[in-house]
Structures are given as structure tokens and as C-alpha cells.
Design a protein. Structure first.
Length: 236
């Protein structure tokens, strides 16, 4: 189940946000996309999900042309996105939010099995399953957003800024869980401002600058790259 992006261009009106990027994610990899605000990181994820249209190029997942699909069709191919800013349904309970994530599943037993796995990954969600999502802390809402995406039983999980606004201890817990999710066989594409944490978690990384990929390498190599250190890791 590999993801291949070929010469992808995306426009917002007359402004081109992605200038023909090429990117590949192998099965069971964690790949991170780094870059400053406005570099095109979220746009890349939204293009994969079908939330913004590609004006040129291809997005292929396991040979399927995602760039020709509507967002709900993309989910059915095994791709789920955790959006920036969490966007849980605050007036619904934790359990109801998770159930909504399983809209592509017609198998009740499978849904229960997936939900139980999510409760194992995030025990606090099980404790708070009858609580309204809007009353959860930021970290708990992020866990719920990831759990809701996992309810679709994805092969590819897209994470957009999962550490945004969270305390360091919570970030570590969420990143540890992302590693567990990956070890369970889910491929992960991670967009993340916290470049150091992202590169420690990922296998490979891409650096995006104003809609162009300027660097691609093993995550460990990028961590020790002086340009990357100066631009994204606050120097040495």
C-alpha cells in the first residue's frame, strides 16, 4: 500500500500553493513533512484526502488514483486524516465521535474490535466515553481525533500538526502512540511544526519550502543536517 505523488500542483484561485511536488511513502513507513507556515504542508495532506483538488499531477495509493476521487471515496480506499485543530464534535460524547469515524464500516463486530483497540491505545478515552467531547482537555481531544480517524480502519493515516498547543508530556504520549499505531501496520504521513520530535519518530522526511520539496532524506540524516538544524531545530 504505497503512496506516490507525481508532479502535484494545487492552486487556491490564481495562487499556486504546490509547484509540482514528488513524494513517495512506502508501506509501514512514518514519513514527516517539515516546513515553515505557508510552505504547503497542510495543502499536501488535503490534496491526498481529496479536500482540495489537484490541478496537475497524480496522487496514487496502491495504484488507485486518489486525485480523481471525492473525499468520502478516498476514505474507503483506506486513507484517514486527522485535521489540524482536532475538530471533534464538541456536543457529542467521546463514544459518539468514535462511532462517526466508522461511517465506512458495515461490520458491527469489526467496529467494536477497532474501538476496543483505540481504548487500549488511549485509556483516558474509555474512562471518558460518555463525556461530551467539548469538555475534554486539548490533549484528550487530540487523542479522540486520532481515535476517530482510526475507526475507519485506515492503511494510511495523515496527521496534521498533532502536537499543536499541547504540553510536552502530552506530545510525547501522543507520539509514542503514533509509533504503536505504525507498528500495528498503519503507514503514517506526519505534518508537524515540532521538527525534532517528528524526525525522531519518522523513518524519512521531506522539507517543503514555498510549495517545493527542497530536501528528502532519512530522518536521522535530516536531524544532523546543519541547514535543517538552523532552519527548524533552533540551531545545534
Amino acid at each position: 500500500m504505497d503512496l506516490v505523488i507525481k508532479d502535484l500542483k494545487v492552486k487556491y484561485g490564481n495562487v499556486e500553493a504546490l509547484h509540482g511536488i514528488n513524494l513517495r511513502v512506502e508501506p509501514r513507513e512514518i514519513v514527516t513533512i517539515l516546513g515553515a507556515n505557508g510552505a504547503g504542508k497542510s495543502t499536501t495532506l488535503m490534496a491526498i484526502s481529496g479536500l482540495v483538488p489537484a490541478c496537475e499531477g497524480e496522487i496514487l495509493f496502491n495504484g488507485m488514483a486518489l486525485h480523481k476521487m471525492k473525499p468520502h471515496q478516498v476514505v474507503k480506499t483506506g486513507v484517514a486524516q486527522v485535521p489540524e485543530g482536532r475538530r471533534v464534535f464538541g456536543t457529542l460524547t467521546v463514544a459518539e465521535n468514535l462511532h462517526l469515524g466508522a461511517f465506512t464500516t458495515r461490520d458491527a463486530a469489526k467496529e467494536i474490535k477497532t474501538r476496543d483497540w483505540i481504548y487500549e491505545l488511549f485509556p483516558v478515552l474509555k474512562e471518558r466515553r460518555e463525556q461530551l467531547a467539548g469538555t475534554l482537555s486539548g490533549g484528550e481531544q487530540q487523542m479522540l481525533a486520532i481515535g476517530r480517524a482510526l475507526m475507519a480502519d485506515p492503511k494510511l493515516l495523515l496527521l496534521d500538526e498533532p502536537s499543536l498547543g499541547l504540553a510536552p508530556l502530552i506530545i510525547k504520549r501522543i507520539f509514542d502512540t503514533v509509533r504503536q499505531i505504525n507498528e500495528a501496520g498503519v503507514t503514517v504521513v506526519l505534518v508537524e511544526q515540532n521538527a525534532r520530535a517528528a524526525l525522531k519518530l519518522a523513518h524519512r522526511g521531506y522539507v517543503l519550502e514555498v510549495g517545493n520539496i527542497v530536501l528528502e532524506d532519512q530522518a536521522s540524516t535530516l536531524l544532523s543536517n546543519e541547514d535543517v538544524q538552523n532552519a527548524y531545530l533552533g540551531g545545534h
